[in-house]
Write a protein that binds this ligand. Structure first.
Ligand code: HEC
Ligand code: HEC
Length: 385
């Protein structure tokens, strides 16, 4: 009777119940273990007898119902009378993603154009030359081929150098970079970049990762186009397992996940407890407290080597290049939303703008403006003039 009850409650409850029993009732671990494995039957196969490919578990079927959820057979067999078949044009309009077997559309862009775009639209978050930091990802840490060699580094003590995982060193395909930028960046204004601009930014990414394409160094004069894009080979192209490309891809995945030790899994005998020389946890955990991330320290690059504008301070231009990427839609110049902030006096608004806030305002907006210019700029934003 006991076992039958276990079978119809959810697998995770059964699992914790089994753990609970193991912990409390040292003599009875084998019984608890047995009822646990009964509840999460691990016949990992589809009905056609082939093993599932993701290492997943299937749950026992009782009275025609699986123990975790019930499939509504009636809904499956109904005919639906809404919607319509999309047209070929509609499908083509959706089908815009770029993958390692689907090139980006034709176009081109140079490293030089990419760098200009980067300074205008990306640097405030990703830092000078993609240095990243403070929660925003680095886009480069130097020579991709050299850094790729660090991927096998193991961190045996807290100060050891771990693997460097960045676009150049880690990503197996450049198509992801092209598509990520085109579809998802710049963060506050996605899908705003043209095809040529995306080529230019991708070229710049290759450049700061010191890459070579088809024997040619991606230097400052490099122009990337679709033809050259097709020839990019990332240093870590073979760094992932299992091999999913080619006609044996699915079978490779299937075989791989049948062996737990391939992906860090290990067999644990729950009746054996570590009594001496046990490993102590040493990793430091970072906690997120309250409503925000408490140790959030944007931005990344605080030093800028951009040429200083000549003549007097132009608040509008400074806004466009330092603040608009976030403040165009939120707390825009002259917007009445500023009232909530200015209610406590301008001195506080200046001070918080300079120091940054946990709510996502980087210190001075990530700019290297002087305090005086920053305040002028805040006045401009609050008043809209
Ligand atoms: C307002 C801040 C912001 C701006 C501006 C911005 N990004 Fe990002 N970017 C992010 C954040 C945050 C992530 C991480 C997103 C995630 O992991 O979900 C990211 C991720 C990326 C990634 C993926 C990196 C990785 O290793 O996962 C790339 C590539 C990238 N950005 C490129 C760009 C480019 C090119 C631009 C300029 C056109 C740009 N970003 C502008 C905030 C920004
Ligand atoms: C990466 C995005 C980002 C950039 C770039 C940015 N801001 Fe902000 N800013 C924010 C967010 C988000 C808030 C709201 C923060 C909050 O409520 O804590 C904010 C708030 C402020 C505030 C109000 C601070 C307060 O709590 O009283 C001022 C002033 C301000 N920004 C000025 C600027 C100026 C000037 C620039 C350009 C030099 C700039 N910001 C660039 C995201 C940004």
């Amino acid at each position: 009777m006991f076992k039958l009850n276990k079978l119809i409650i959810s697998a995770s409850i059964a699992a914790s119940a089994a753990l609970f029993m193991t912990a409390c009732n040292g003599d009875d671990t084998s019984t608890a273990g047995a009822s646990h494995s009964g509840a999460t039957a691990s016949a990992v196969a589809y009905t056609n007898g082939k093993a599932v490919i993701d290492g997943g578990t299937t749950y026992p079927v009782i009275n025609g119902k699986t123990s975790d959820y019930v499939i509504d057979k009636q809904a499956e067999s109904e005919t639906f009378n809404y919607g319509r078949t999309p047209t070929a044009n509609e499908i083509a309009a959706w089908d815009t993603d770029v993958t390692h077997i689907k090139l980006p559309p034709e176009g081109s862009g140079s490293v030089e154009e990419g760098e200009e775009l980067y300074e205008e639209k990306c640097v405030m978050c990703h830092g000078d030359f993609g240095s990243g930091g403070g929660g925003y990802p680095s886009l480069s840490k130097g020579n991709a081929v050299e850094l790729q060699k660090t991927l096998t580094n193991q961190r045996f003590d807290p100060d050891a150098d771990g693997p460097s995982r960045f676009f150049g060193s880690y990503w197996p395909q450049a198509s992801t970079m092209w598509w990520y930028i085109h579809d998802g960046m710049p963060h506050p204004m996605t899908k705003s970049l043209s095809v040529d601009e995306t080529y230019a930014l991708t070229a710049y990414m290759l450049n700061i990762n010191e890459m070579v394409v088809d024997g040619v160094e991606v230097d400052d004069d490099y122009v990337l186009d679709q033809e050259k894009f097709a020839k990019i080979v990332m240093p870590n192209v073979d760094g992932f397992e299992p091999e999913i490309r080619g006609k044996d891809g699915v079978e490779n995945v299937r075989a791989y996940f049948q062996v737990a030790s391939n992906f860090g899994g290990q067999k644990v005998n729950p009746s054996e407890r570590c009594m001496k020389d046990c490993l102590e946890p040493t990793a430091k955990a970072t906690y997120i407290s309250g409503t925000g991330i408490s140790d959030f320290l944007p931005p990344m690059a605080t030093v800028r080597d951009l040429p200083k504008a000549e003549g007097g301070f132009d608040a509008k231009a400074a806004y466009e290049s330092n603040c608009a990427m976030c403040h165009a839609s939120y707390l825009a110049p002259g917007s009445s939303d500023w009232k909530g902030y200015t209610a406590h006096g301008m001195d506080q608004v200046y001070a918080k703008g300079i120091a940054g806030t946990e709510g996502g305002m980087p210190p001075k907006g990530g700019s290297s403006l002087s305090d005086k210019d920053f305040k002028t700029l805040v006045d401009y934003m609050v008043s809209g003039k």
